[in-house]
Ligand binder design. Structure first.
Ligand SMILES: NC(=O)c1ccc[n+]([C@@H]2O[C@H](COP(=O)([O-])OP(=O)(O)OC[C@H]3O[C@@H](n4cnc5c(N)ncnc54)[C@H](OP(=O)(O)O)[C@@H]3O)[C@@H](O)[C@H]2O)c1
Length: 276
């Protein structure tokens, strides 16, 4: 079983360097897939209200018998922005998860035209003080939005989960995170499979290390100090994805993979793209 190392978040929480994405893992098959990931060493599970699978994630956690070792993340959807709304949303998520605590609570999208993410974050800070939430963070936030949150609440989010893969390496945002002690989490770290895994530079790097293209890409993430959350419904691919810590890419290999940069793949610019 691969061992996934951890790093310290800015609130002292030990946080895995790689986790499981759960988008589209639903129903009995979804529960079984999440249980198999936990059995294969995954300790970070990424859910969201909008994935409609919090009950499946909670059930998998109970079946695993490893509740205390796991970091269960879920997210406040756009329609629940606002102080009171976010408190209600958290209680509803806890109910669906069937857990006593949300270990990592994120704002799913900033939705700047609604302009309520600061109040939403204040609610999350109060839930944290009440012990209902472990770490507080955000998703899809820009440096300007992070700066505003920090200035207006005095609290620096522990995590910012953003689109990040070799086609969109986000160097500037990662530098901002590093300067402020915010952990980067990479969503769609495999660019949803796509042609990324057949790029020459990726297959050459994989061959050089005797690993698969997927493993080369996931190691690229972890060496950028980002926590990728690849989603796989398949037990063998879950193990493959987690087993990326026994080899090290060179700086030249990391730079060559980063040179695949071409921008966002799904038009999810947080300044304009909003999700409810
Ligand atoms: N915060 C946000 O706004 C946001 C947005 C998007 C995603 N997310 C989170 O990020 C997670 C990951 O992103 P994602 O699911 O969009 O994409 P992804 O993890 O980049 O790619 C998932 C796809 O890759 C396949 N795959 C996984 N491992 C593989 C392997 N070893 N070899 C070949 N194919 C493999 C999966 O198929 P199989 O399942 O068949 O293996 C699936 O089709 C999501 O599940 C979600 O938790 C967050």
């Amino acid at each position: 079983m691969p061992t996934i190392p951890t790093v310290s978040l800015n609130d002292g929480t030990r946080f895995p360097e790689l986790g499981l994405g759960t988008y589209n893992l639903r129903g009995d098959a979804g529960i079984a897939a999440i249980v198999s990931a936990i059995e294969s060493g995954y300790r970070l599970l990424d859910s969201a209200v909008n994935y409609e699978n919090e009950s499946e994630v909670g059930e998998a956690v109970r079946r695993s018998g490893l509740r205390d070792e796991l970091i269960v993340a879920t997210k406040v959807p756009g329609r629940d922005h606002g102080y009171d709304e976010a408190i209600r949303s958290a209680h509803a998520s806890l109910e669906r998860l069937g857990l006593e605590k949300i270990d990592l609570y994120l704002i799913h999208w900033p939705n700047p035209s609604v302009d309520r993410y600061v109040d939403t974050f204040r609610a999350m800070i109060s839930l944290q003080a009440d012990g209902l939430v472990g770490s507080v963070g955000v998703s899809n936030f820009t440096p300007a939005m992070l700066t505003r949150l920090i200035d207006e609440t005095g609290v620096t989010p522990s995590v910012n989960q953003v689109e990040l893969h070799p086609y969109f390496p986000q160097a500037e945002l990662r530098a901002f995170h590093a300067a402020h002690g915010i952990r980067t989490e990479s969503w769609s770290p495999l660019a949803r499979r796509s042609e990324l895994l057949t790029e020459q530079v990726v297959t050459d790097t994989a061959t050089a290390h005797g690993v698969t293209p997927t493993q080369a890409v996931l190691r690229w993430h972890t060496q950028l100090d980002a926590t990728p959350i690849p989603k796989s419904a398949d037990a063998a691919r879950q193990i493959e994805n987690a087993d990326v810590f026994a080899f090290t890419l060179t700086e030249a290999e990391i730079a060559a993979i980063s040179a695949l940069e071409r921008g966002r793949l799904w038009d999810g610019d947080p300044d304009t793209h909003e999700e409810m």
